[in-house]
Write a protein that binds this ligand. Structure first.
Ligand code: SAM
Length: 273
C-alpha cells in the first residue's frame, strides 16, 4: 500500500471504530484538498521534519506525508494507533507515532531542532501548548514554524492588533518575538463532527528577539496589565516593582489602558523594569 491507494478516511474511521470523543477534543478533518492546503502553509515540506500533535485517524498526517515531510506525531487516543500504523506502512521510515499526552512530551529530544509544528489542535490543550512553544527560554526556538488550527476566536486573539477587543495577553506573548498571521478560516462544516464555532489556521514564524527582555518579564508584565484590562496602567501595574517608573521614563501615559499599549511598548516597559 502506498499513500496514493490508502482507503478513504471515512472508511478508516468506521473500520477502527473511531467515534469522535468530545473529552479528547476530537473534530476530524476529512477533505483531502483542505488538508493539503493546511500542509502548504509552512512552505515546501519536501525532506522537512514535522511534529504533529493529535493525528487522530491521520488526515492531516497523510497530507504532510504527501508533501514529502517526515512526521513525528503524538496521539493520546490509543484507538487511533492501528490506523496510524497502517499509515506508517504506506510511507516507510517517514512516520513515527508516540502514544501519549503532548503536554508530557520532551519535544526537542523526540523531534530535534528545526522541525515545523503542524497540528489541528485539540481545543482543550491548544492554548497551553501554544503558550509553551512561545515562552521557551531559548530563542531561536527548537521549532522552525507553527501552523496551528484553533477556534477562530482564539486565532483572532493571537494575531490581534491594539485597540481591539481581541487584543490581550496572548497577542503580546505571540507577537513580541514572532510574526503571527491568520492563514485562512475553516468553516465548522469541514469537521466531523462539526464544532459549535468556526476555526482558523494561524501561521507563526520566529523573529529576532528584542535585546534585554526575557519571556518571564513579558509574561509577568502582561499578566499584570491584562489581569485588569479595563483599569488604567497606573492601577494595574502598581504592584509590579519598577513599572510606574518605567512608564514615566518612556513617556507612556499611566492613564492609558492595557489594550491601547502596543507590543513594542510592552517590550520597552519590560526592558526598563
Ligand atoms: N489531526 C486530526 C484531524 O485533523 O482530523 C485530529 C484532530 S482532533 C481536533 C485533535 C486530536 O488530538 C485527536 O486525535 C485527540 O485524540 C488528540 N489529543 C487530544 N488531547 C491530546 C493530548 N493531550 N496529547 C496528544 N493528543 C491529544
Amino acid at each position: 500500500m502506498t499513500l496514493d491507494d490508502l482507503p478513504p478516511l471515512r472508511e478508516v474511521i468506521a473500520r477502527h471504530g473511531l467515534a469522535a470523543s468530545k473529552a479528547l477534543g476530537q473534530n476530524f478533518l476529512l477533505d483531502g484538498q483542505l488538508l493539503d492546503r493546511i500542509a502548504r502553509v509552512p512552505g515546501p515540506l519536501d525532506g522537512a521534519r514535522v511534529y504533529e500533535v493529535g493525528p487522530g485517524p491521520g488526515g492531516l498526517t497523510r497530507a504532510l506525508l504527501r508533501a514529502g515531510a517526515s512526521v513525528t506525531a503524538v496521539e493520546r487516543d490509543d484507538r487511533c494507533l492501528p490506523a496510524l500504523a497502517e499509515l506508517a506502512e504506506a510511507a516507510p521510515g517517514r512516520l513515527s507515532v508516540v502514544p501519549g499526552d503532548a503536554m508530557d512530551m520532551d519535544e526537542e529530544a523526540a523531534v530535534g531542532r528545526g522541525a515545523h509544528i503542524v497540528a489541528n489542535l485539540p481545543y482543550n490543550v491548544g492554548t497551553a501548548l501554544l503558550v509553551r512553544w512561545l515562552t521557551g527560554t531559548e530563542w531561536a526556538p527548537w521549532w522552525a514554524s507553527l501552523t496551528l488550527m484553533f477556534q477562530k476566536e482564539v486565532a483572532e486573539r493571537i494575531v490581534a492588533a491594539p485597540d481591539s477587543d481581541a487584543y490581550g495577553r496572548l497577542a503580546v506573548l505571540a507577537q513580541w518575538r514572532t510574526s503571527a498571521s491568520l492563514a485562512f478560516t475553516v468553516h465548522r462544516s469541514a469537521f466531523v463532527p462539526p464544532p459549535k464555532v468556526m476555526s482558523a489556521v494561524v501561521h507563526i514564524r520566529p523573529a529576532a528577539a528584542p535585546e534585554g527582555v526575557t519571556a518571564a518579564r513579558i509574561g509577568q508584565l502582561t499578566a499584570a496589565a491584562f489581569g485588569q484590562r479595563r483599569k488604567m496602567l497606573r492601577q494595574s501595574l502598581k504592584s509590579l516593582p519598577g513599572a510606574l517608573g518605567a512608564l514615566e521614563q518612556l513617556g507612556i501615559d499611566p492613564a492609558r489602558r492595557a489594550e491601547t499599549v502596543s507590543v513594542a511598548e510592552y517590550v520597552a516597559i519590560a526592558r526598563a523594569l
